[in-house]
Design a binder for this molecule. Structure first.
Ligand code: FMN
Length: 401
């Protein structure tokens, strides 16, 4: 092994201690990705359990389950899991167990899609009413906002009961808490709007309620945007202020991402051009503001990029989305001597949403151990993805309405 490989391996294998006392066994995290593998009634499936088992066997220190809903009324998609009291606890326990093999951790990302909730199975509501092309929603009442901390606390308690290792609060990508932080979505003139501190208020209340519910030694992380990449949305300056505010809370980890799924906007998952890590510069600035561990996500394709970001002090751990779909054993690969990089597919002018759908459908193939036969184009993947969701809406309504 040459010296470079040796140093890279040392850096990546170094455990990360979280403020609550928990430890991540290395610096490679499987990013939160909505896998669309719930059963349509908010509960896990065999394919989903196998998927997380593969990432655990593949060496990831932590896998984050994307978009696990804290209440059923505002899901991102009907394939989401839902952490409510009558959820299938044995199935959740099995998911937690298989996703924790090999010393890995698995945490649900606690979400609420707010204004971006899936129309066919919800009545979307955000911080303020909106009526723009492709997005109509009502505004939340104060009572509805006041219920959020307890909903998140209840979901976190259920996660703990199911033996998940921790939780990640979703405040990125244009979903509910990202909407609260964004001056574009949040036009409130009460205590939950206005300057950054007011827009952040509900997030602080949720963190406090979750911490109170799960105790001091249970990991609680948060994902935030470094920028919404939207005119009038959350700016980098405000996002740094959010980091300063988070520094005064009890979170154990801040996961930096960016972009939104606002109609027509740039999401972090749908790009095709390889332009390197997207948010490493911001992460480095964030790290200067807090001792809370910083994780950065987005655009990492090679081990060199990951090692450079860690070595430069941009982050304490790196979270990988698409790279971990292309190779579910990527962590083991990068922790090994050779450390080869995944081969990213090139798509010729894919339709909007096609690339993300392609990766989503590949997740399904991974969960069935069928990736060697996976040959969908982005357009066909989008069609299959949308057809599957349409077919699940009835199941969702039967269970939750
Ligand atoms: C199929 C797919 C589903 C995703 N779902 C989520 C999600 O549920 N929650 C989230 O925070 N980010 C989600 N993302 C975004 C990723 O976590 C990540 O931020 C993005 O893909 C950029 O990282 P990458 O370049 O390593 O893929 C998703 C991405 C993909 C490809």
């Amino acid at each position: 092994m040459n010296q470079n490989n040796h140093d890279a391996k040392n850096l990546l294998t170094h455990p990360l201690d979280l403020p609550c006392g928990a430890r991540l066994k290395n610096r490679l995290i499987k990013s939160a990705m909505s896998d669309s593998l719930g059963d349509g009634a908010g509960n896990p499936t065999d394919a989903q359990m196998r998927l997380y088992e593969r990432w655990a066997e593949g060496g990831a220190a932590l896998s984050l389950i994307g978009e696990v809903q804290v209440i059923p009324g505002y899901p991102e998609k009907p394939g989401n899991l839902v952490l409510v009291p009558d959820a299938d606890l044995p199935a959740l326990q099995e998911l937690a167990k298989r996703g924790s093999k090999n010393g890995a951790q698995i945490w649900p990302q606690l979400g609420h899609a707010g204004a971006l909730a899936h129309g066919p199975i919800s009545n979307p509501k955000g911080p303020s009413p909106l009526n723009v092309e492709g997005l109509q929603c009502e505004g939340m009442s104060l009572d509805e906002i006041h219920e959020l901390p307890q909903s998140y606390a209840r979901a976190a308690t259920l996660a703990q009961e199911a033996s998940f290792g921790g939780v990640l609060i979703h405040a990125g990508h244009g979903f509910l808490f990202s909407q609260f932080l964004s001056p574009l979505f949040n036009l409130r003139n009460d205590a939950y709007g206005g300057e950054v501190e007011g827009r952040f208020r509900i997030i602080r209340e949720v963190i406090d309620a979750v911490r109170q519910a799960v105790g001091a030694s249970y990991p609680v992380g948060i994902r935030i945007n470094s920028t919404d990449k939207l005119e009038g949305g959350l700016t980098t300056v405000d996002a740094l202020e959010v980091v300063r505010l988070l520094d005064k809370t009890s979170v154990d980890l801040i996961d930096i991402s960016g972009g939104t799924y606002f109609p027509g906007a740039a999401s972090s998952s749908d790009g095709t051009a390889s332009s390197g890590p997207y948010f490493a510069d911001f992460a480095k600035r964030a790290k200067a503001l807090t001792d809370i561990p910083i994780v950065v996500t987005g655009g990492f394709e090679t081990r060199d990029q990951v090692v450079r970001a860690l070595r430069d002090g941009a982050a304490d751990a790196i979270s990988l989305g698409r790279a971990m779909i292309l190779n579910p054993s990527l962590a083991n690969t990068w922790l090994s001597d050779a450390g080869s990089d995944p081969e990213f597919p090139m798509f010729d002018a894919p339709s909007r949403g096609g690339v993300t759908a392609w990766y989503s459908m590949r997740l399904t193939a991974l969960g069935k151990d069928e990736e060697s036969r996976f040959d969908l184009s982005p357009a066909n993947a989008l069609e299959a993805y949308e057809a599957r969701d349409a077919g699940r809406c009835e199941t969702w309504r039967n269970r939750f309405s």
